[in-house]
Design a protein around this ligand. Structure first.
Ligand SMILES: Nc1nc2c(c(=O)[nH]1)N[C@H]1C(S)=C(S)[C@@H](COP(=O)(O)OP(=O)(O)OC[C@H]3O[C@@H](n4cnc5c(=O)[nH]c(N)nc54)[C@H](O)[C@@H]3O)O[C@H]1N2
Ligand SMILES: Nc1nc2c(c(=O)[nH]1)N[C@H]1C(S)=C(S)[C@@H](COP(=O)(O)OP(=O)(O)OC[C@H]3O[C@@H](n4cnc5c(=O)[nH]c(N)nc54)[C@H](O)[C@@H]3O)O[C@H]1N2
Ligand SMILES: [Mo]
Length: 732
């Protein structure tokens, strides 16, 4: 087999890589460009018994670089823990193989029964932002038509929903970066709020070099992260506010920009509406008051405001740190407002963007696995959208159910009378990653029937009645839409293990058994063509695209209507609202400003480590990554630790009304003394989400992963089961 050009299985940067199947890897293809970051250019396959070798490939976003996760991804393919045939759980909780025919017959029977007994909406579907566009599209169609259910949503609700809601509200369109990643290279000022790209998208940091050289990288994070350290030595500024106070910080900066007459009044008049309300809403946020709420000194606020206004190429970028809050939509809106007041958005040299997280977090939110949405980023409640999509699907609009319920609400309805009785999971590990995770686990256990498609026995799959093994990135064809809205080809380099199937095939087989209306092709190219047709005329219009064009390497940024050449930069002439203007929506903090501080409580924030991806279902199974980060550790300031009697490497217990986490403490002066940090990649009793609440942003449905009150104390080393497997099984 020949070397195959594709993209990484993990995050939305979608680093370009070349896979060389083992048999052909004896003389590995030389990498086209030097790897941008530490990794050598080619990881040989045969030498270490991997099915493919991986090489970074020249591409504008990663410039040949890969991070540790991408570099070691081949281990997932041949992993001894890979599920290689359908598995059925017996009454005693053990799993035994079952044939594909029996598994699919059983699932179809149970789906029919649930529907007959409890109605179509008793069947729920939970998707993921890692699915290809083809799978995400087909999952939405299958749910609406074959299951007749409105109950579909996905893990992107935990990730992009607040920034998406803010983008839609302000611009009439949500494409994470409305510009190209390489546009950042020329900027002299970049404000990054709540994003730790040095660990979450390592090759991305090359695009910050220009701003660093100009001394203009500004990082806002309650922790001095690897990204914050990029501002050292005159490269910029690290601002360290109290968690959850970014909205006030942004209102304060906007106040200063207006007070010091740094606003672009001409731009505001030409390109926006709503400025008058904004002026009024920020009037009370004078610097001293902002300092009191955020802990950011007035001097720093003033410096920030003047730097942002002085920049000759200025970008404002948000990440999950500011978005995963109950006011995440308003916080992202405040960041957009600041960018609009400075006249940044819709120019060739400046802008606002949010960094989409999952591999297909962008495409996954465009083609219909969101509860309120049809393909092409169409609203499911819009009669014209329903008519168009029904036409493509060959059904009547009335056959498409209405809007469903967002992820946290859907998970809250699991196993309840009148709620979800049967659930299909495609590409999410909610037992680890959903807020208030233990109540989700209980909900899953109360279901009549749970089906999980995965590569591994994830903590969620371990609770399933039937687990179906599916193809991985290097074994399948499809498309992914990256964080810059560029549609990319995922290509098959090797065959999947014999007992593994594609999800498109599974949808086809189940639809046939359910006598579903509509056609369900198992051929990704045919599904993509249908998706393009369904998206035609919508916001995320892909109708000018096909595999031939993508295979030719054409940079394909949506919207890409038939007959166009795509849209690398959005909003240069107009925004997507009918009047062509951006809407400034005045926002103010609602309710309590300080975290619910009970006496002695600390604020827990959660997030990521370089080595692990999300729930860790994949990366905890890669030896090199698991060895580097084998368990959760709580980052805590030495002064706080001293007061609590915690030692570096000693055991700590974090607890609140929802749950308890026990893990080792890691003493570090890089975090605020009032704050502790936990990664959310670990299972069982080290799940950070045992502590987080299911409270959500009222506009987006985004849960608050990044501000939880916890009590912390030192404990003697607990008597823990040692391996992940033992922990998961003890928990299931
Ligand atoms: N290694 C790795 N990379 C990944 C992923 C992964 O799991 N592992 N996941 C991918 C996905 S899906 C996503 S969404 C992205 C996420 O990428 P990021 O947004 O960079 O990731 P996080 O670590 O969740 O959060 C970023 C930072 O927010 C800070 N933070 C927490 N609370 C606050 C707050 O109130 N205010 C401010 N200003 N900052 C705060 C945290 O200290 C943290 O350093 O990463 C993608 N890349
Ligand atoms: N406390 C806390 N919790 C968080 C966050 C946080 O910052 N803090 N971040 C949130 C964010 S931003 C996100 S994106 C979520 C993600 O959280 P999860 O949804 O749990 O994400 P993953 O761990 O990537 O889970 C994907 C699962 O699907 C499998 N999989 C991968 N690709 C495919 C595929 O193509 N088909 C199928 N069927 N399966 C596949 C993987 O093996 C894995 O088991 O977590 C959220 N949870
Ligand atoms: Mo995410």
């Amino acid at each position: 087999m020949n070397p195959v050009d594709t993209h990484c299985p993990y995050c939305a940067l979608q680093c370009a890589m070349t896979l060389t199947p083992a048999a052909a890897a004896a003389t590995p293809a030389a990498a086209a460009t030097p790897a941008a970051r530490p990794a050598p250019a080619v990881r040989p396959a045969d030498a270490i018994g991997l099915p493919v070798s991986i090489a970074g490939r020249a591409f504008p976003t990663n410039r040949g670089g890969l991070c540790k996760k991408g570099w070691t991804a081949a281990e997932l393919l041949g992993s001894a823990e890979r599920i290689r045939e359908p598995m059925r759980r017996a009454a005693d909780g053990s799993f035994a193989p079952i044939s594909w025919t029996d598994a699919l017959d059983l699932i179809a029977d149970r789906l029919r029964a649930s529907r007959a007994e409890h109605g179509a909406d008793s069947v729920g579907v939970f998707g993921g932002g890692g699915l290809t566009n083809e799978k995400a599209y087909q999952l939405g169609k299958f749910t609406r038509l074959a299951l007749g259910s409105s109950r579909i949503d996905y893990n992107g609700r935990f990730c992009m929903s607040s920034a998406a809601a803010a983008g839609n509200r302000a611009f009439g369109l949500d494409r994470g970066l409305p510009f190209r990643v390489e546009d950042l290279d020329a900027a002299d000022t970049i404000l990054m709020l709540g994003s730790n790209v040095a660990q979450t998208m390592p090759p991305f940091i090359g695009h910050l070099d220009g701003a660093r050289q100009a001394g203009g990288l500004i990082v806002v994070d309650p922790r001095r992260t690897a990204t914050a350290r990029l501002t050292d030595d005159g490269a910029g500024l690290h601002v360290q506010p109290a968690p959850g106070t970014d909205l006030v910080l942004l209102l304060g900066l906007t106040h200063l920009v207006l007070a010091e007459r740094l606003a672009d009044t001409d731009y505001l008049a030409r390109r926006t509406t709503g400025f008058d309300q904004l002026r009024y809403s920020v009037a009370g946020w004078y610097p001293q008051r902002v300092q009191e709420h955020t802990g950011v000194p007035v001097r720093q606020l003033r410096e920030l405001a003047s730097r942002l206004a002085a920049g000759r190429g200025t970008y404002i970028i948000t990440g999950r740190g500011v978005e995963q809050h109950v006011d995440g939509t308003d916080t992202a809106t405040a960041a957009i407002n600041l960018a609009l007041v400075l006249g940044l958005v819709g120019t060739t040299h400046s802008g606002y963007g949010t960094l989409t997280g999952q591999g297909n977090g962008q495409g996954g939110r465009e083609h219909g696995q969101k509860c309120d949405q049809l393909p092409g980023y169409r609203k499911i409640t819009d009669p014209a959208a329903r008519a168009h999509v029904a036409g493509v699907w060959g059904v009547e609009p009335e056959q498409i159910p209405g809007a469903g319920i967002p992820a946290v609400e859907l998970l809250g309805a699991l196993g309840r009378p009148g709620g979800i009785r049967t659930l299909l999971v495609h590409g999410a590990n909610v037992v680890v990653s959903a807020p208030d995770a233990d109540s989700v686990r209980r909900g899953l256990k109360n279901l009549d029937f749970l089906v999980v498609c995965d590569f591994f026995f994830s903590e969620t799959a371990a609770l399933a009645d039937v687990v179906l093994p599916v193809t991985q990135w290097a074994e399948e064809e499809g498309t992914m839409t990256s964080l810059e809205g560029r549609v990319l080809r995922r290509r098959r380099a090797i065959d999947p293990p014999a007992g593994v199937r594609s999800e498109l095939w599974i949808f086809q087989e189940l639809a046939r058994r359910l006598d579903a209306p509509g056609v369900y092709s198992a051929d990704p190219s045919a599904v993509f063509d249908e998706l393009c047709q369904a998206s035609a005329g919508g916001i995320a219009d892909y109708s000018g695209l096909d595999y031939t064009l993508l295979d030719a390497g054409e940079p394909a940024y949506w919207p890409y209507p038939a007959g166009s050449g795509g849209t690398p930069r959005l909003f240069l002439d107009r925004f997507a609202h009918d009047d062509g203007r951006a809407r400034i929506v005045a926002v103010t903090p609602r309710g309590v400003l300080a975290p619910a501080q009970t006496r002695g409580a600390l604020t827990l924030i959660t997030g990521r480590l370089l080595e692990h991806y999300q729930s860790g279902a994949q990366t905890r199974r890669v030896a090199e990554l698991a060895t580097a980060q084998p368990e959760a550790r709580m980052q805590v300031h030495p002064a706080t630790a001293a007061g609590l009697g915690l030692t570096d490497g000693g055991w700590a217990e974090l607890a609140n009304e929802r749950g308890t986490v026990r893990c080792r403490a890691q003493l570090s002066a890089d975090i605020r003394p009032d704050t502790v940090f936990l990664p959310f990649h670990f299972p069982a009793d080290q799940r950070a989400n045992l502590l987080t609440a299911a409270a959500t942003d009222p506009i987006s449905g985004m849960p608050e992963f990044k501000r939880t009150a916890v009590r912390v104390r030192a404990i003697a080393g607990p008597d823990l089961p040692t391996t992940d497997h033992e922990r998961v099984m003890a928990d299931a």
